[in-house]
Design a protein around this ligand. Structure first.
Ligand SMILES: [Zn+2]
Length: 152
């Protein structure tokens, strides 16, 4: 069985890197030149992990809609939501980017965006906070929000 993966082009040397979807990508590097791989220009087909260091580039400077899922390892509802968000990232590739933020490792982001509970999804569009989706909502409700962000 071929592992589910996607291709990302290194913006330093141009090598196309195949990244397994299951692998954590927050420190993915180019297989040839070891340069860090940047996801800012694309829409990965799953939710990439961002942190305090990468948030600015991956979310605020991203020229399009981004859904940020704040989650925690101890949160059962989050564990249910993570595969759904990955699935949406795949379905909305090219339209909406999906990222996830581990609450416990990124307290300053949580306080900057006043995340009181997890799961919380925050939609950004062109660097501006657009909307919040609180709690473990069903897929059709998230899709409803996605339609709204794509319309405006
Ligand atoms: Zn490279």
């Amino acid at each position: 069985m071929v592992e589910d993966s996607f291709i990302i082009r290194c913006d330093k040397c141009g090598t196309k890197n195949r990244i397994p979807r299951s692998r954590s990508t927050d420190r993915a590097v180019c297989g040839k030149c070891r340069a860090p791989l940047h996801f800012t220009t694309g829409y990965p087909r799953y939710a990439i992990a961002v942190d305090e260091r990468t948030f600015e580039n991956e979310v605020i400077k991203f020229p399009g809609p981004v859904v940020v899922l704040f989650w925690a390892t101890w949160c059962g509802h989050c564990r249910g939501l993570l595969p759904l968000v990955d699935q949406l990232a795949s379905e909305y590739t090219g339209l909406v980017k999906f990222v996830k933020v581990d609450l416990d490792k990124n307290q300053s982001l949580a306080s900057r965006y006043q995340v009181q509970s997890v799961p919380t999804m925050i939609e950004f569009k062109n660097g501006m906070l657009f909307n919040r989706i609180l709690g473990a909502v069903p897929k059709d409700q998230i899709v409803h929000h996605l339609k709204a962000i794509l319309q405006k």
